[in-house]
Design a binder for this molecule. Structure first.
Ligand code: NAD
Ligand code: UGA
Length: 474
């Protein structure tokens, strides 16, 4: 067993790609191979035109330019990459199960299990296997069981195969992934093999100060990841629940948020009100926590965390109902511009975006939507919206639903002659557009619904438009 020289990362997604890019950039001595079963994604990672990378993250393309083809490689050659690696990261998707036991509640581990079986089959010598994906607590035990049941038990050099399993959850947030990876608040390494823990720690020490590297047992590490996401989501549901109270009492959520967040014990981060949290992880990770609590008979704890998800769904429904109400209870033959479809700004990711539920509900109500986003493509929106009920017949119809919305890459065209504008993603650029011109071009009477508390309400006071902002009382 020697120093780690070769790394394989299975999964070239939002985590695998940026994480390994930063590893390669900070550790020129390492050779890193990122592999994936998705050929199209790998081709996109290998594009010469760096604006066509599969993931948009500020700062990512500059790093890819520096390291790709040097010590970072993207390919579909999974077996050789695992075979040659001293350390293999599992960074595959772990979405909520759609069918069977735990459907709608716990993670579907089929991709993780497939990885473990592949590693078990083709790895050589001693391999450190690192869980990078977010996993239910005790998944490391499943991975260990599969690895240790290796067939064959020896590698091609007749050396006995052996494995160590570590948990090294990722805490990056999309849109700030590179900053989070380069300057993490902490790195968490869980394991029961000191040698393996030290090996991974040594890699991080190339750029992370030692006091920011926390070591724990495997189960604490797995549980800490779920808990951290649950705490973050809880803050958002807390502030979102108060937006409703502000609107009926005459309070202003901006003022309340500032006053509350100024208490250093509470802090100002992660209390920005909005249409509900999105992204591929918060809901999934809380549901996993809820499932785990129920499994261990902790029903009160399960209910506590489940309420965070319930408030999130309620916030989206509340906003949609309110919009219908303000538009005289009728959206038939009305055009509405949706500004922003990504689940947050600075990303092209639409997974679990609050825009999806809000748009689907508006379409079912009979509205036609003009959807604009700075980074999300028409195809990505299509994937989220098109397989839905026909608004008129309630029959599943791809064609009729896609007629209910249009894609615009020009914000002025998207908002021309519409009855209402709904801001769903907090792109900074929406602050800078010519709102006077936009208001001038609306069909009157018209509304602007600011669900992100992005715009300054007083600016619209003397304009010919009704302005509603989340959490702003009368
Ligand atoms: P993703 O869907 O973007 O990427 C996963 C990739 O794994 C896909 O490209 C898929 O094709 C590939 N894959 C699946 N099975 C494979 C196999 N057997 N062999 C090779 N490739 C395979 O997912 P993601 O957003 O990168 O998330 C990955 C994990 O990281 C999840 O568990 C998630 O909860 C966690 N996580 C995500 C974020 C985030 O910001 N997206 C942050 C922290 C943690
Ligand atoms: C989140 C966590 O922040 C990361 O630490 C974690 O690694 C990641 O999940 C994960 O496990 O996948 P991410 O979902 O990428 O990261 O983005 P966030 O910035 O957390 O935003 C999530 C959602 O909450 C977005 O829809 C965002 O708009 C919303 N949000 C966030 C608010 O409504 N208000 C806030 O104050 C903050």
């Amino acid at each position: 067993m020697g120093l780690i020289k070769k790394i394989c990362c299975v999964g070239a997604g939002f985590v695998g790609g940026p994480t390994m890019a930063v590893f390669a950039d900070k550790c020129p001595q390492l050779n890193i191979e990122i592999v994936d079963i998705n050929k199209e994604r790998i081709n996109d990672w290998n594009q010469n035109d760096l604006t066509k990378l599969p993931i948009f993250e500020p700062g990512l393309k500059e790093i890819i330019q520096r390291v790709r083809g040097k010590n970072l490689h993207f390919s579909c050659d999974i077996e050789p990459a695992i075979k040659n690696a001293d350390m293999v990261f599992i960074s595959v998707n772990t979405p909520i199960k759609q069918k069977g036991v735990g459907a709608g509640e716990t993670s579907d581990l089929r991709w993780v299990e497939a990885c473990a079986r592949k590693i078990s089959e083709v790895a050589t010598g001693h391999t450190i296997v690192v869980e990078k994906s977010t996993l239910p607590v005790r998944t490391a035990k499943t991975i260990k069981d599969i690895l240790n049941a290796s067939n064959p038990k020896v590698d091609r050099f007749e050396n006995k195969k052996s494995f160590s399993v570590l948990s090294n959850p990722e805490f990056l947030a999309e849109g700030t992934a590179i900053i989070n990876l380069e300057r993490p608040d902490r790195v968490l390494i869980g394991g029961d093999d000191d040698y393996a823990i030290e090996s991974l720690k040594k890699i991080y020490l190339n750029w992370v100060p030692p006091e920011r590297i926390i070591c724990s047992n495997l189960w604490s590490s797995e549980l800490s990841k779920l808990t951290a996401n649950a705490f973050l989501a809880q803050r958002i549901s807390s502030i979102n629940s108060i937006t409703a109270l502000c609107e009926v009492t005459g309070a202003d959520i901006k003022e309340v948020g500032k006053a509350v967040g100024s208490d250093s014990r509470i802090g100002e981060k992660f209390i920005s009100p909005g249409p509900g949290f999105g992204g591929s992880c918060f809901k999934k990770d809380i549901l996993n926590l809820v499932y785990l609590c129920r499994y261990f008979g902790l029903s009160e704890v399960a209910e506590f965390w489940n309420s965070i998800v319930k408030i999130n769904s309620w916030q989206k429904k509340r906003i949609y109902s309110l919009i219908v109400d303000k538009l005289y209870g009728n959206l038939f033959e009305k055009n509405i511009a949706i500004l922003g479809f990504a689940f947050k700004s600075n990303t092209n990711d639409t997974r679990e975006s609050p825009a999806i539920d809000i748009c689907k509900d508006l379409i079912k109500e009979g509205a036609h939507l003009n959807i604009h986003d700075y980074k999300v493509s028409k195809q990505a929106i299509s994937k989220e919206l098109d397989l839905d009920l026909d608004p008129f017949t309630n029959v599943l119809s791809r064609e009729s639903t896609s007629k209910s919305w249009s894609f615009f890459d020009d914000v002025y065209q998207a908002t021309k002659e519409v009855d209402a504008i709904i801001i769903i993603t907090e792109w900074e650029d929406y602050k800078k557009i010519d709102w006077e011109l936009i208001v001038h071009n609306l069909r009157k009477p018209s509304w602007i619904f600011d669900t992100r508390v992005l715009l300054e309400p007083s600016y619209f006071k003397n304009m010919d438009v009704n302005f509603w902002q989340l959490g702003l009382g009368f």
